[in-house]
Design a binder for this molecule. Structure first.
Ligand SMILES: NC(=O)c1ccc[n+]([C@@H]2O[C@H](COP(=O)([O-])OP(=O)(O)OC[C@H]3O[C@@H](n4cnc5c(N)ncnc54)[C@H](OP(=O)(O)O)[C@@H]3O)[C@@H](O)[C@H]2O)c1
Length: 335
């Protein structure tokens, strides 16, 4: 009997190890079933930051599922192009465009929330996707306080203000799930992205707290933490915070190590469907570092202190900061 138990345990451990080695997301998320056909019919999803990159992939995913969409970002022209893609799957009246500037004043955000919840005659909004944001490519010592404040305004204060604007409407309709696109930098310390990591960690804390506070009113949040994504390969420029403000991000390649925007969109939707509190979407080694930081933070920090200075140097030189083997071989010195 004992031998049988030991055999079963060894088989389970081996199976879990294989799953982990092949994983591109945390094992809790990967254990969940993909939403069944028809799961999204009749739902309304409001995506803020829908005009390109991951936001566009999310819009396409939900449109293919028959969802009604409200698409927001600052550029109506870019949203129009995304709507055309969505209308390959759904009728034109299933997609409403609603320009929003996340760093605009709070009255404008309240008006936008009213408009989004009223977009489909009494249907409200089932999922509010906080996807707008901009990453960072600058070491702490090169980043002025003003640049860090502007980054925090877009990546942290913006989603908080939007969530606050939508809250009375969600409570009134007695349902609503925030789908928050944070980052693995909220889990794994990110050299050359310190202010960005602070913003995304702030989202993680805020929306987990909101979820706990409003669970009796059927309002919750799924905080999604993607690692490096292969966005920007479609020729659309990604804007990130450099040392002196917003800059175009060079395409650093390494797309094989990055999760595709389409796969990330599918996994985010799966996490939202199951109302998971949090999910991680990343290939190794970022996924492994996430587990290390969660279960053996001292070991995670040991690795990150080894690669951190090299990663900051690589990003300063406009190279990829994700080639861990190259970073481990880095001998130091500024480039
Ligand atoms: N790419 C990655 O490797 C990666 C990894 C982890 C997490 N993420 C997160 O995933 C999200 C999307 O990333 P991405 O790579 O797809 O970025 P992206 O291609 O640069 O797209 C950013 C989106 O945010 C919108 N946006 C920017 N500023 C805005 C503002 N003030 N108000 C409203 N909308 C605004 C942009 O639209 P407009 O210009 O039209 O306003 C665009 O739709 C971000 O939150 C990012 O932090 C990305």
């Amino acid at each position: 009997m004992l031998l049988l138990l030991a055999g079963a345990t060894a088989a389970w451990a081996a199976w879990t190890l294989v799953r982990f080695i092949r994983a591109d997301a945390d094992l809790t998320l990967l254990a969940k079933r993909a939403p069944p056909p028809g799961a999204w019919q009749g739902k309304v999803v409001w995506i803020v930051g829908a005009s390109q990159g991951l936001g566009e992939a999310l819009a396409r995913y939900w449109a293919a599922g028959g969802t009604r969409l409200v698409l927001s970002s600052r550029s109506l022209e870019k949203l129009q192009a995304v709507k055309e893609v969505c209308c390959q799957y759904v009728p034109e009246d299933h997609v409403v465009l609603l320009p929003v500037d996340l760093v605009g004043n709070s009255d404008a955000l309240e008006e936008a929330a009213e408009a989004a919840f009223a977009a489909f005659e009494g249907a409200g909004v089932d999922y509010l996707v906080h996807n707008a944001g901009a990453s960072q490519h600058a070491a702490v010592e090169d980043t002025s306080t003003d640049v860090a404040a502007a980054l925090l305004r877009l990546n942290l204060q913006g989603p908080l203000a939007l969530a606050r604007a939508a809250l009375p409407l969600m409570v009134q309709q007695r349902r609503g799930q925030h789908v928050v696109v944070a980052s693995m930098s909220a889990v794994v310390p990110s050299p050359a992205q310190a202010a960005y990591a602070a913003a995304k960690s702030g989202l993680r804390g805020y929306f987990a707290s909101l979820s706990s506070e409003l669970s009796d009113r059927n309002v919750g949040a799924t905080v999604c933490c993607p690692g490096p994504l292969a966005t920007g390969l479609d020729g659309k420029t990604r804007i990130v915070y450099g040392s002196s403000g917003l800059i175009s991000q060079p395409n650093t390649g390494m797309s094989k190590k990055k999760v595709s925007a389409e796969r990330c969109a599918e996994l985010i939707a799966r996490a939202a469907y199951h109302r998971l509190d949090e999910c991680w979407i990343a290939n190794h080694p970022v996924l492994l570092l996430g587990y290390l930081m969660q279960y053996a933070p001292w070991l995670g920090m040991l690795v990150l202190k080894k690669v951190g200075p090299a990663r900051a140097r690589a990003l300063r030189a406009g190279k990829s900061g994700y080639d861990i083997s190259a970073l481990m071989q880095d001998q130091g010195g500024d480039s």
